[in-house]
Write a protein of this length. Structure first.
Length: 289
């Protein structure tokens, strides 16, 4: 997909699974199972780990890096991660790219399913997966990730980001702003402190990378927030601001965790906002269960 001068693609770093009830919070199972997908025998639903590849001029950047393949076998089993398919290097090969060709990574946040691919094991060491990339994250979020709460501690693996910090590759941002011309970040605080969503605008078109504000198309309705959210009422207030703007301005929403929808428009109904027209950003990265 082209957004003005930007060539945008999604990377397929595999499918994993999380508890459906946790993904939809107080939404009844009968509703989320219909809106998205029924749970398996362990009540888990299939989810994608879908970084975004953005290319323009001589630049190549990523938004998030997926789960990566260094996660323990125990956790890979719990989250149904096929490590043979979760490598960032393997995903880049879909577009004939090598890790050293990536110039920058914008982390939405540092949960393992978003930052895990940023580092890899090399013998006994953990090293950057993208040796020439600069990594961007919100300062307040990095501070949070270093000292998370009991509620979200299990979502942060310090091997995903501390090696980047030690090597001087991790640059912090303080608040909303433009990182590259036409690519800006908008921090939100409902899911975790200072998660940054990403807006790409050029040629009269806007693509909005929702991260975990709307992880799937079924999360577009304002009340549909996750049990994983640290501050669910804050997430609702943030959606009440962003989703109507997306509808009014005709944004394309990109869903990082939706196996079935890479992206969509937003539509307004008598029952509120819902996902609209289904949009494929990259045919090459279409996933199958």
């Amino acid at each position: 997909m082209n957004i003005g001068r930007f060539k945008v693609d999604v990377l397929d770093t595999g499918i994993f699974a999380l508890d459906g009830g946790s993904m939809f919070g107080v939404v009844p199972k009968a509703l989320w199972a219909k809106a998205y997908h029924p749970g398996d025998e362990l009540n888990r639903i299939p989810l994608s780990a879908r970084p975004l590849l953005v290319r323009w001029d001589d630049k190549k950047i990523l938004i998030d890096t997926g789960n990566g393949d260094k996660i323990s076998d125990k956790l890979a089993n719990i989250y149904s991660i096929d490590k043979s398919k979760s490598s960032l290097e393997t995903a880049l090969k879909q577009f004939n790219l090598k890790p050293e060709e990536i110039d920058a990574v914008i982390f939405t946040h540092l949960h393992f399913d978003h930052a895990g691919g940023a580092t890899k094991r090399e013998g006994e060491k953990i090293i950057p997966s993208l040796p020439n990339a600069k990594f961007y994250v919100q300062k307040d979020h990095l501070d949070w990730a270093k000292n998370p709460t009991e509620k979200d501690r299990a979502s942060f693996f310090k091997d995903d980001f501390m090696p980047l910090l030690s090597d001087g590759l991790l640059e912090t941002i303080d608040g909303e702003g433009e990182i590259f011309q036409g690519i800006s970040v908008i921090p939100v605080n409902g899911h975790t402190k200072a998660m940054q969503t990403v807006k790409i605008t050029d040629g009269g078109t806007t693509l909005y990378y929702c991260a975990d504000l709307c992880p799937t198309n079924a999360h577009v309705p304002i009340p549909y927030v996750m049990g994983y959210d640290n501050f669910p009422l804050t997430a609702i207030e943030e959606k009440k601001k962003i989703i109507p703007q997306a509808y009014e301005e005709g944004w394309i929403l990109c869903y990082e965790h939706d196996v079935f929808y890479q992206a969509s428009t937003v539509r307004s109904t008598e029952k509120g906002f819902l996902s609209g027209e289904k949009i494929n950003i990259s045919e090459e990265a279409s996933q199958k269960l």
